[in-house]
Design a protein around this ligand. Structure first.
Ligand SMILES: C[S@@+](CC[C@H](N)C(=O)[O-])C[C@H]1O[C@@H](n2cnc3c(N)ncnc32)[C@H](O)[C@@H]1O
Length: 242
């Protein structure tokens, strides 16, 4: 079971406030291309695809076929990308194998059994195909804006699986080689836009702090937004396992 429900309310908030403008994702486009080496006809799995924004982007950017897998009905209802399957990372609804890569964006912390997920990905990927994980990891939050304004959310992040834990699960399943790099994205055009779009229902770490902590963080964010200039740039990690 995921850390938050991904019911209709969460899914609506996610669709409204978490999807990023493609113009802010140039570094992600380049970084994924470097590791995936996509070719026309390559097939990619997007596991925990949510509303399908990444599946859609990879289809457009690289001309690959992306199969999206998502367990939450409310997220699938808001996903226009096809093909789309209902399914869980720990029991992928796939009889076939030979996929050329897997993309797991901001979802590993929701998976209760990382070892089962890693074994499932080993089963369905061709030898040498990469698993690409985009995630915040414990201890590596310093360049993510949300944790600056809501420092109490760091305590939630500390409960997420560590980089070492994820690497170990995948190494045991037959992905012995890994690299990690922070990748920049433009999360909002300005701090004011970031404040306007902020919705705790769309962020697991903000759902799991107290109401008072959230209110205090919003007050800090709004006060700072009055005098801030320039875009909000965040760095999440890209962990690649083969
Ligand atoms: C923060 S959202 C990220 C959605 C999408 N990957 C993105 O980056 O836009 C996390 C997603 O993981 C999904 N999820 C939760 N538990 C999962 C599991 N065990 N297997 C696959 N997906 C899961 C949720 O339903 C939700 O759609």
């Amino acid at each position: 079971m995921a850390l938050i429900s991904y019911d209709d309310t969460d899914a609506a908030a996610f669709a409204a406030s978490r999807e990023l403008a493609r113009s802010g994702l140039k570094r992600w486009r380049y970084a994924v291309q470097q590791h995936l080496r996509p070719r026309t006809g390559s097939t990619l799995l997007d596991v925990g695809a949510g509303t399908g924004a990444w599946a859609h982007a990879f289809t457009d950017w690289y001309g690959v076929r992306v199969l999206a897998v998502e367990p939450a009905a409310a997220m699938r209802d808001r996903c226009a990308h096809r093909p789309l399957l209902a399914g869980d990372a720990t029991a992928l609804p796939l009889a076939t194998s030979g996929f050329d890569g897997a993309w797991l964006s901001t979802m590993v912390h929701h998976v209760a059994d990382l070892d089962a997920m890693a074994r499932e990905l080993r089963r369905v990927l061709r030898p040498g195909a990469p698993v690409l994980i985009r995630s915040p990891f414990p201890g590596r939050h310093q360049r993510i804006t949300l944790f600056h304004w809501f420092p109490e959310a760091v305590r939630v992040l500390e409960t997420y699986p560590s980089l070492a834990r994820v690497r170990a699960a995948f190494a045991d399943a037959g992905f012995p080689v890994s690299t990690v790099e922070p990748v920049a994205q433009i999360t909002a055009g300005s701090l004011a836009e970031c404040a306007d779009r902020m919705d705790r229902r769309a962020h697991t770490p903000l759902q799991l702090i107290t109401d008072a902590e959230y209110a205090a963080g919003m007050a800090r964010l709004r006060a700072a937004a009055d005098s801030a200039h320039g875009p909000v740039v965040d760095h999440l990690d890209l962990l690649v396992l083969r």
